[in-house]
Design a protein around this ligand. Structure first.
Ligand SMILES: Cc1cc2nc3c(=O)[nH]c(=O)nc-3n(C[C@H](O)[C@H](O)[C@H](O)COP(=O)(O)O)c2cc1C
Length: 118
């Protein structure tokens, strides 16, 4: 399964690296194109918002979107990792995981297990 991700300060990039998956694409500008099934991993911005490059990318590349995971910070309370809910609601895909910062070892295992079911 391809992993497409966005990371501003490196947490999501570190999480994706821990997965040990070779088929990855980092979103930089949102104009990237993907023509195979993928899971999107993003950080949460603003107050429970999507990064702009993720929003732009998904508008044009949601046909193969299989699931979503989001990084966040629990100190944001109700807005914790809401990027996952926004994408799940908009595109009708399952939330695979919400995790804080770069994720724990348990988060990495939970994500990998969930991938097997997609
Ligand atoms: C300006 C700003 C806004 C943020 N807003 C939220 C938020 O609404 N909800 C949340 O759970 N985390 C929020 N975060 C935390 C980031 O999503 C979290 O630190 C994430 O791990 C960053 O990933 P990255 O290092 O890959 O960019 C925010 C962080 C910043 C700097």
């Amino acid at each position: 399964m391809k992993i497409v991700y966005a990371s501003r300060t490196g947490n999501v990039a570190a999480f994706v690296k821990k997965l040990g998956i070779g088929n990855i694409l980092e979103l930089k500008i949102g104009k990237e194109k993907v023509n195979e099934k993928f899971v999107l991993v993003t950080f949460t911005d603003g107050y429970g918002e999507l990064p702009e490059e993720v929003n732009d990318f998904l508008e044009n590349n949601n046909d193969y979107l299989a699931g979503v995971a989001a990084s966040g910070d629990k100190s944001y309370g109700e807005a914790y990792a809401l990027a996952a809910d926004l994408i799940s609601n908009t595109y009708g895909v399952p939330i695979i995981l919400k995790f804080e910062f770069d994720g724990t070892d348990a988060d990495v295992e939970a994500f990998k297990d969930a991938l097997l079911d997609l």
